[in-house]
Design a protein. Sequence first.
Length: 729
Amino acid sequence: MGRRALAAIAVLLCAGSQAWAEPPHASYMFPAGGQRGTKVVARVGGHFLHERCQFEMLGPGVTAPVEIRRTETIWFEGPLIKIPASQAAEDYPQDYAAEITIAADSPPGQRWWRCWNAQGVTQPLPFVVGELPEVVEKEIDGEPIPAIVTLPVTINGRIFPREDSDVWTFEARSGQTLSCAVVARDLGSPLVAKLAVYDPEGKPVAESTGGAAAEAQLRFVAATAGRYSVYISDVAAGGLQNYVYRLTVTDATVVLAAANSAAVFNEAEPNETLAGAKAAIAPGVLGGRIQSPGDIDCWLVELKKGEPVAIESRSLQPTSPLAILLTVRDEKSQQLAELDGSTVASGNPVLNFKPPADGKYVLEIRERFARRGGPQFAYEVAIGPPPADFRLLAPDSVAVDIGTDKKIDVQIERTGDWKSSLTIHVEGLPAGVTCDDATAPPNANKATLTFKCAKDTPVVSASLRITGRAQIGGQQVEHAAVLGGQKKDLLVAQGEALPTRLATTLPTPFKFSGQFSQVFGSRGGILRKHYVIDRGGFAGPLEVRLADRQGRHLQGVTGSVVQVPAEATEFDYPLQLPPWMDLGRTSRTNLMLTGEVNDAAGTAHKVCFTTKEQNEQLIAIVTASSLRLGLSRNAVAIQPSSEVEIPVAIKRDATVTSPITLELVVPRHMQGISARAVTAPAGTDTATLKIKIGEAPGPLNMPLVIRATAERQGETIIGEEPIELIRLP
């Protein structure tokens, strides 16, 4: 073994139990889907993924890069947040670029993606393969600008920043029936959408609000021909990078497949509600069809407490294109269980349900994609005692620190009267990692697997196949585990269980500490704090930056990347406070320390440490700025191909004695507006900024900013004042 490998192992041994590493976390993909036969240029948002990380897309008909790299993160600050809301924790994910290729014959529905690095594996998040043409929001800051789309369409957008709303417009014919349906929650998005449709005269037509039980969706009839608008926002006026959505707007009569079913149907319309639900008994078979987009069929079944039933959707393909969604509710409409048939690529979807009490239960049957429906969307659902069998639910990932053991529980779901023991086995382990079979005794509902990673194992990752083997009815039965993960859905691709991802991981040997301090910090000024590094045997260079996850909203606080030389055990970090912070608020900022650690193979991997402890936070009570600007007016009328002069009054206290540079900050999406920076000599209190207006300035949907930069006691101080440009007719 070479010296580099021995040195790497020595670092790991010095680290001992110091597991300060931040595991990677996935937050979103935007856009969160695409049409079959297209390529999707997406942004993956995540925390603690460093400059690059490994990436995979699971499921048929999609391909993706094996590695993604950090790109420029899109960030909109949004409105000022007041106390107490500003005291809430906030995530600041970084953007990574990924291009997803969707085959023309890729089956519609969800796929799953995840990332991993030397500190762990992210949870799987969905990506949707759609059938309709798709558009992606061109995100800009400021007031929303309506965007025109052509129906039918699936729109990919996100509500960002807070209090944002998106406006989509489309042409409709008089008498045309249209539907709008949102998918957000199923993408892992926190968005609870509110939809509102307005006619060509701006009058409200329809509205829908999502909630815990269902996403926002609506149907309406266009009373007149013309351009209609649909607004989408968050019901709580929230919004952030991960508030992604897919909004499908289409003619409600569109049917995406055509075939006649030869099945026998025994439903009786109307049956959309509990009052109209048709009674059935178990065991039995329910037959019907989703007559039109948005149709719901309700069945009323009496069940006994504790007596499990299997609700199986028997496939009618190719005669029926139905992607079934089964929901079980009690008589008070409380949702108790749900099965999304679109997540099962082969076989019949089965929902195993154990009634919590004697009584009648409502089984709702609908099409998973609200825009679809028609005479050919037939179903046949069998309900009865489940057969003797079992299912295994395994974690979606296993992260094992090198040189340690890791235990995970595999959950066992037993059906029917089967109570015997079973053996759980793991396939696909990389060199250096072992895991003995685990035996679950009769009636056990879980078994524990112990993964052992040797000390000289490098950072590696592998897809695992976890299986259970048992005797049922005198025959040997084997089932692969499916992922329990973040969702209750059965995650299956191409008839196989999605694999558990194993990663061997490096503990972070170093950390930093500081003394508690709470100081007054002026708007636009620099807040600086001193820290001490405990290297834990690590000698290499380090870098310090703002942490990807914060204990409070940053509200415009920024900070550069500070390089710490090899062997150094101290550093200072300068934090820039924005000039518009809320006076009197307590600002708390967390830092992240990152370095490269070699594994046993001599390969360098980035690891990091962060903490939310108060001693390590940069804490400031915000006070008034030492440098302020004054404008005679904050709104100026402009005309194309012209120039306007803006007199600026400079207000500074005695600590600001340097010359002051004035510049115009133009939002990135605005065109045809510019100004040369000017310098006001020390001691002067006025300056004039000349703004040049091009032939087609705009869009003027938000104020611009006049920024002053000076030095105070050797550090930068900033003052700002907004100015709105109003275009004359």
